[in-house]
Ligand binder design. Structure first.
Ligand code: ADP
Ligand code: MG
Length: 682
């Protein structure tokens, strides 16, 4: 069995660590003896270079370079092509991870096959799943995904002195900012809340300096450097360098040469701070919001832990001191803290009992950075909204159950679709749409009226899971995740209200002597099929038998069980006589008297009626009351007569005793799909 390592898979650098035999987390050096490996990959004609070598290729101007790919983690549309092979961020990360794994194996002289990988706290479901997949493609079993600031808190918690305090982890990297507040007590680190801005990082300080200097150049020479992208990029590189120099010195110089003009600029720390102060202000605002969310104030913060390369800037230290009146924690290596924490978690995953016995070791409970919700329709029906189910900053794992009323059809596909969202906005399109979760496998019980209990769950990696149970029979249902359709713009439009009209239908079945036996049996099967095929939420059915007299077996009803029971009662012994001297239309009209929906009469007969003219007159009266008549005949029924009672010729059908079920099913379909005008039965 192989070893488990902790990996800080960074945007610019990655770091690997492992707990040694003394219980101390140690950085694992790579093949060049460095503690950090640049997250850069260079594609050459016949080989792939990773890390330092790739960075050198990049510096020497090689073009087939992949870097900063962590920023596109989990994005389906992000693809890079090198030597005619497509790479997404997951694949690129797996190439890097594989090298980190191999270097660790060389260093440890042992096989490595498991890892704990860190991710920014704000990483959403897709980004986390993609990270896990990248690890697996690299041959690593990913025992856990933990949040970078939480990992840093863990590393500090194990080595730091003192107990029972609130620490604030301030993580300012190359392109992202994360703030996390955690409470450390004897044996536990409890994350209280997290927030961040993943469009704020060291890069913004570089950009700010670059535009300040290009403005100066414009002033001096009336030339805009932005007109030449290569020149501006060169300036950006110089500015990053200058920024780092200002960490060590009070002032530095940047020289710009362009089109024979030379600008020579002196920058002091004070000036740099002045032109970037609003950026730190943005981090302050996020911290204030977070403190507010978890009902704490700056006074409740005992220590501040700085991580991420950009916290090396002097102004960050000054800023923290100004806010807290205290110095940020010293002695923490901003590049290594996250990997060390991941190594500690790796040790806990491997040997929990042994590990917790070690001095200083603590368990962690973390929170989720994003609310989980689903698309629903606002109460006033005017828009689609995000209904939150699990709030952000809930302790993970976390789960929440929501009941859903659902109508099943005996022969229907019976699928329930739920769009799951991650994010804080009330508007679905401003959230990340995780997928279309399709729930299926419901049993048709309880007359089709069922309750589906859907459970939304964040596991301990903050990865989303959705499960569903049919309540009445406690059946675990299938949940299939389908990718989100390309066009989701409809979520921003007004919902189309399903305007299903009510159908009120009287089924009239010939019960004269000739129907005895197979004919009546098949008629009953057909009637039941019809009841099943119709959506009883929008349909009422009445059942009438006729021979020499007319009997109403049930008035309009949408109760499936009642309707089926009444069909069972249809029999030649219904005491309605042997011949066909009665017409069913008068009674049927009575049944439909108070109907406001679409009105239909379906009449099934197998023979000649004694009082045809009477029936035809009544059928005309039906037409005057907007009742459509569908006449279905078989056996020795009279086609001309059927035509004259049906509302139109298309609604007069002649069939066979063996095809009654099919015919009724077709009628059901025609009524369901009816959009006005004469019914078309195919
Ligand atoms: P990430 O985790 O996003 O990959 P890092 O935590 O490695 O990023 O931080 C990278 C950022 O830190 C870059 O913007 C870099 O310019 C900045 N940085 C690194 N060293 C220094 C320094 N000495 N002074 C100021 N900024 C620095
Ligand atoms: Mg980092």
């Amino acid at each position: 069995m192989g070893k488990c390592i902790g990996i800080d898979l960074g945007t610019t650098f990655s770091v690997v660590a492992k707990v040694d035999s003394n219980g101390k987390a140690q950085i694992i050096k790579n093949r060049y003896g460095s503690t950090t490996t640049p997250s850069v990959i260079a594609f050459l004609d016949d080989e792939i270079l990773i890390g330092e070598d790739a960075k050198e290729m990049q510096a020497s101007g090689h073009e087939d370079i992949a870097c900063f790919f962590k920023r596109n983690m989990g994005e389906d549309e992000f693809q890079m092509n090198f030597n005619n092979v497509d790479y997404n961020s997951e694949k690129l990360s797996s190439i890097l991870l594989k090298q980190l794994k191999e270097d660790a194996e060389t260093y440890l002289q042992d096989k490595v096959d498991k890892a704990v990988i860190t991710v920014p706290a704000y990483f959403n479901n897709k980004q986390r799943q993609a990270t896990i997949k990248a690890g697996e493609m690299a041959g690593l079993k990913v025992l856990k995904i933990i949040n970078e600031p939480t990992a840093a808190a863990l590393a500090y918690g194990v080595t730091g002195r003192g107990v029972n305090k609130n620490i604030l982890v301030y993580d300012l990297g190359g392109g992202t900012f994360d703030v996390t507040i955690a409470n450390i007590e004897n044996n536990n680190i409890r994350v209280l809340g997290t927030d961040g801005d993943h469009r704020l990082g060291g890069k913004d300080w570089d950009d700010r300096l670059a535009s300040y200097l290009s403005d100066k150049f414009l002033e001096q020479y009336d030339i805009d450097l932005l007109e030449d992208i290569d020149t501006f990029n060169e300036l950006l590189v110089k500015c990053e360098k200058a920024k780092k120099e200002l960490t060590a010195r009070e002032q530095t110089k940047v020289v710009i040469n362009y089109k024979g003009n030379r600008g020579n600029y002196e920058i002091t720390r004070a000036k740099f701070k002045e032109i970037t102060s609003d950026l730190l202000g943005r981090t302050e605002l996020l911290i204030d919001n977070l403190l507010n969310d978890i009902s704490l104030s700056w006074n409740d913060i005992d220590e501040v832990l700085l991580i991420g390369g950009s916290t090396r800037m002097k102004m960050v230290h000054d800023f923290i001191e100004k806010l807290t009146g205290k110095m940020a924690l010293s002695g923490v290596n901003v590049d290594e803290a996250v990997a060390l924490g991941a190594a500690i978690q790796a040790k806990i995953e491997e040997e929990p009992e042994e590990t917790f016995a070690l001095p200083g070791y603590k368990s962690i409970s973390d929170v989720t950075a994003h609310s989980l919700g689903m698309v629903s329709i606002s109460e006033d029906f005017s828009k689609y909204i995000n209904t939150k189910i699990i709030n952000k900053n809930s302790t993970i794992p976390s789960s929440e159950k929501k009941p859903f009323k659902f109508r099943t059809r005996r022969n229907g596909s019976n699928e329930l679709e739920v769009y799951v969202l991650q994010g804080e906005s009330n508007l679905p399109l401003e959230c990340s749409i995780l997928g279309k979760y399709v729930i299926s496998g419901m049993d048709h019980i309880n007359n089709g009226e069922t309750v589906i209990d859907i459970t939304y769950n964040y596991d301990s990696n903050s990865v989303v899971e959705v499960t569903a149970i049919q309540r009445e029979n406690n059946k675990k249902l299938n949940v299939r995740v389908e990718s989100v359709p390309e066009d989701m713009e409809w979520l921003g439009l007004e919902p189309v209200r399903e305007t299903k009209v009510q159908n009120d239908i009287v089924i009239c079945i010939d019960l004269s002597g000739s129907m005895n036996g197979t004919a009546l049996n098949n008629a009953k099967i057909a009637a039941k099929r019809f009841i099943n095929d119709m959506d009883l939420e929008y349909t009422n059915i009445s059942l009438i038998g006729f021979a020499d007299r007319v009997g109403v077996f049930t008035s309009l009803s949408s109760n499936e069980r009642n309707l089926n029971n009444k069909v069972d009662l249809l029999s030649e012994n219904s005491n309605l006589g042997y011949g066909t001297s009665a017409e069913p239309f008068s009674k049927a009209m009575d049944e439909l008297n108070e109907s406001n929906g679409n009105k239909f009469i379906i009449v099934l007969t197998d023979g000649e009626w004694f009082n045809k003219q009477d029936a035809i007159n009544k059928a005309k009266e039906c037409a005057n009351h907007d009742i459509e008549i569908i006449a279905l005949g078989f056996g020795s029924a009279d086609k001309t007569f059927l035509n004259s009672i049906a509302t139109s010729d298309e609604q007069s059908l002649f069939t066979d005793v063996t095809a009654l079920e099919t015919s009724f099913s077709k009628i059901a379909q025609a009524i369901t799909e009816n959009t006005g005008g004469n019914l078309i039965i195919k």
